[in-house]
Design a protein around this ligand. Structure first.
Ligand SMILES: Cc1cc2nc3c(=O)[nH]c(=O)nc-3n(C[C@H](O)[C@H](O)[C@H](O)COP(=O)(O)OP(=O)(O)OC[C@H]3O[C@@H](n4cnc5c(N)ncnc54)[C@H](O)[C@@H]3O)c2cc1C
Length: 623
């Protein structure tokens, strides 16, 4: 049966046929697992997501999170509690955590591909346990044993929640500008005062207590990011015996009214308005940014997944709609007034839209799972070189996928709406929700502009010997070597030319860097990320063809025309592999060539952006 949110067969293709995750069981840390457990976990994620979590998406839209100005409390949409309970009861809340702390210890790759289903069903709900888990991981890694026992352990079980408190009114992308203050007390604790805004899930009625990791500057510490420390700030203080104590002066002063994700309480939090907010240092003083980066990096990868999953749900709806909406006749019968109407999925332009969405989503699924798979290699492998390469791949793929999957995610949701025609624009159908929910993903966790600068500077130009890029190119070359003799040369030639041009771009930027053309580099960061996303995706498709083409050949053989159509209509596997091959050929043949134009534009090195000045944008000088 077709899952209406995620193509489960494709998830299993990526996991078991492409990445061969079963081989993870050879690592000692995963020796207790086997293929059947992995497979059953994906099936369970699919079932819970569709049966329990998916209905909450519409509920969240119709009954948004509400803030009561009298009590300052937030009430979540009515269906959220039961769905979150089911999520924890099924074990997804601690699926990849180490068994020593009470987790299931599953590979990251299986955990995160399970989350594709959960986030496709309603990512705004998932963010409550998702961000809480991120806060828990900070305490696990950087907290003391006592802090773990007091706070972390209760977040892991889902009893308490957590958040991520960076943003302030004057400190968004520039976190270093924050004003929240910490004053050291004689007992070693800190008095916290300040305001955080846009805090996802910051206040809610699901968790009995909220444990906020808060970035603040200790009195007297230097300006900028270097002077930032991080504190555990519970909403209610915790007594020595672990029970909840007095209110800790953390007040929700309102929630935002947003374009989408209406079930998500995006909270304004006031810390210490009455001078009574206690914070506990996490890690060491002035290490706040380094520590928070762990959570931010995970959240960036999670945002890539949400972008892909939200778009997947939009696409799956569009496929079902297009197969059922009768409109117009076969293009070859256009002049025949008696020609019967056909489902729009048969019209070439609609097929083009569907293939466009399918090919992007499938390529993203490969790269996202590949990225998560690197964590399993780091955790399980004993080979230091493999671990280093895995780390380099994570580093470089994170900004590409955070920005690429979220920008394209909005575009895919828009294409899904186009597929529906006018009905897609109406709220009776779910595509409006997917489009509205998609946009924020390009903004938070470091805007996509910030991701582009991160890719260009930290991940490539300032990365020693460009090791991150070298790791990616090595893997691309290995894929091409395997593809030779399997994948049609015309696709391999296109990919080969693109990788060479990508090398040329990197050399171009290295020269710009060496000659101090920093403004040029920053002006080209987003075009460069967009271009690099295209090549990375094409790599995923070359790899896919290498695996899928022989399997298609095995089942479909040389069948053509009506014979092939009948085979595809009767045999789901024939349809699946044919779909995989066409999707990858479409991507390499029609999307990859766009890279060359982008590369040319970058190399042309137009200086208009650098020359532009805020006064040139309108005819009159605006304030
Ligand atoms: C629904 C929602 C949920 C959120 N959840 C959280 C959360 O849980 N925790 C949290 O701490 N924050 C959260 N945020 C805040 C979010 O991370 C910020 O909105 C984001 O980082 C951008 O900051 P800003 O809105 O102040 O925009 P600004 O930083 O003012 O940016 C505006 C524009 O300028 C660009 N820009 C800014 N600086 C530069 C630069 N140096 N170079 C080039 N371009 C630049 C940006 O890319 C952007 O296009 C959330 C926001 C929203 C809307």
């Amino acid at each position: 049966m077709l899952n209406p949110l995620v193509d489960t067969r494709d998830v299993k293709f990526v996991l078991f046929e492409l990445l061969d995750v079963d081989k993870l069981t050879k690592f000692e840390v995963y020796a207790d697992f086997d293929h059947d457990t992995f497979d059953a976990t994906i099936d369970l994620a699919e079932q819970i997501s569709y049966d329990v979590i998916y209905p909450t998406a519409e509920d969240g839209d119709k009954n948004p999170a509400k803030w009561d100005p009298a009590t300052k409390a937030v009430t979540l949409p009515p269906s959220y509690k039961g769905a979150m309970d089911a999520y924890f009861e099924a074990g997804f809340g601690s699926i990849y955590d180490n068994p020593e702390i009470g987790g299931m210890g599953m590979p990251f790759t299986i955990a995160m591909s399970s989350l594709e289903f959960v986030t496709a069903a309603n990512y705004s709900l998932f963010m409550y346990p998702g961000l809480s888990h991120g806060a828990m991981e900070l305490i696990e890694e950087y907290g003391t044993h006592e802090q773990w026992e007091m706070y972390g352990a209760k977040i892991l079980t889902g009893e308490w929640g957590g958040s991520m408190c960076l943003t302030e009114p004057d400190a968004g992308s520039d976190v270093g500008a924050l004003k929240t203050k910490a004053v050291k007390q004689a007992d070693g604790t800190y008095k916290i005062s300040g305001q955080k805004i846009f805090i996802s899930g910051g206040e809610n009625d699901y968790y009995a207590n909220m444990i906020h990791p808060v970035l603040a500057r200790i009195e007297g510490d230097p300006k900028g990011t270097k002077g930032i420390s991080i504190f555990i700030v519970p909403k209610f203080l915790v007594n020595k015996d672990g029970s909840m104590g007095a209110f800790n002066d953390v007040t929700c002063t309102g929630i935002e009214h947003k374009m989408g994700i209406h079930g998500q309480a995006t909270s304004q939090l006031a810390f210490g308005d009455n001078g009574n907010c206690v914070g506990y240092l996490l890690g060491e003083e002035r290490q706040g940014m380094k520590i928070m980066f762990k959570m931010m990096n995970m959240a960036r990868m999670g945002t890539a997944l949400m972008g892909q999953a939200n778009a997947s749900a939009a696409y799956m709806h569009a496929v079902t709609y297009a197969k059922n909406r009768i409109q117009g006749c076969d293009v070859t019968q256009m002049l025949n007034p008696d020609a019967p109407g056909i489902p729009i999925a048969n019209h070439p332009d609609v097929k083009r839209m569907l293939l466009y969405m399918k090919s992007h989503l499938e390529g993203q699924r490969v790269l996202i799972n590949l990225m998560y798979n690197q964590f399993d290699i780091i955790k399980g492998s004993v080979n230091e070189d493999d671990k280093k390469e895995a780390n380099a791949l994570i580093e470089i793929l994170t900004p590409i996928l955070k920005a690429g999957c979220t920008d394209k995610g909005l575009d895919i949701a828009s294409t899904a709406m186009q597929t529906y025609g006018g009905y897609g624009y109406c709220k009776d159908y779910p595509i409006v929700r997917y489009m509205s929910d998609a946009k924020i993903l390009a903004i938070w966790e470091g805007t996509n502009g910030i991701q582009a600068m991160d890719l260009m500077m930290r991940k490539i130009l300032m990365n020693k010997e460009q090791k991150n890029y070298a790791a990616l190119r090595k893997r691309m070359d290995e894929t091409v070597a395997k593809a030779k003799g399997i994948v049609d040369e015309k696709y391999l030639n296109l990919f080969d030319a693109a990788t060479k041009q990508l090398d040329e771009l990197i050399e171009f930027f290295k020269t710009q860097m060496a000659t101090g053309k920093f403004l040029n580099i920053f002006a080209q960061a987003t075009p460069f990320l967009d271009a690099m996303y295209i090549v990375a995706m094409a790599w995923a498709h070359v790899w896919t063809l290498t695996v899928a083409q022989p399997k298609m050949q095995e089942i479909v053989g040389d069948a053509k025309g009506a014979d092939r159509d009948k085979l595809i209509a009767d045999n789901a596997e024939a349809a699946f592999y044919t779909g995989k091959v066409l999707s990858s050929q479409f991507y390499i043949g029609t999307e990859l060539p766009k890279f060359s134009g982008r590369a040319q534009a970058i190399l042309f090195n137009e200086g208009a952006v650098v020359k532009a000045n805020p006064n040139i944008f309108t005819g009159a000088l605006a304030e």
